[in-house]
Design a protein. Structure first.
Length: 186
């Protein structure tokens, strides 16, 4: 199963996807070892729904999840793509919450790390702060957009996710030389 040529966006969107996948690799240590590959695999197609041939609803997390599901990708990965970066809140504004709810929504280290990888990677693939990325999304989509309408609820959630991931990273730095985390590591 591959995303396939022509499915991953080019230009800035492609640079963003490559940067987000690179960032997911950096964040992989914040998730349980058996989920690290899943995190990185989910980062690559997280924005595949922007590809013109896949557009159906016009909401890229949903369109991407539909495409990945049709292509036989693992259900858990499809759910991560469907719900990345607070997608359920934007889906609510669009009236697509029931369609998005068909896909499993995961809360925890993997979903957090995928969202953080996306939210800390700018449009050109460069690392950015979460507040800067949120501001960029609002500028790009405009003040009356579904992203802007969801922003008052979505932004605090995305900032809380960033805080959780950053705390996990900090705890990793404090792991003793044995490499064995303490009981409150995750």
């Amino acid at each position: 199963m591959s995303v396939g040529r022509g499915r991953l966006p080019g230009g800035d969107r492609g640079a963003h996807v490559r940067g987000a996948a690179r960032r997911a690799s950096e964040l992989a240590a914040t998730v349980p070892e058996n989920d690290r590959e899943l995190l990185v695999r989910a980062a690559w197609p997280h924005d595949v729904g922007y590809a013109e041939p896949l557009r159906d609803s016009g909401f890229h997390p949903l369109d991407g999840a539909r495409s990945l599901e049709r292509d036989g990708w693992p259900r858990r990965l499809v759910g991560l793509v469907a719900h990345h970066s607070g997608a359920s809140l934007v889906a609510g504004v669009l009236g697509l919450e029931d369609e998005l709810a068909r896909y499993p929504r995961e809360d925890g280290p993997v979903a957090d790390a995928l969202t953080h990888a996306d939210r800390t990677t700018g449009p050109t693939g460069r690392r950015v702060s979460v507040p800067d990325r949120l501001a960029e999304v609002l500028r790009r989509h405009g003040p009356g957009s579904p992203n802007a309408l969801a922003h008052p609820v979505r932004a605090p959630r995305l900032l809380a996710i960033a805080d959780r991931v950053e705390r996990r990273l900090t705890r990793l730095e404090a792991v003793p030389a044995t490499g064995k985390p303490g009981p409150d590591h995750w």
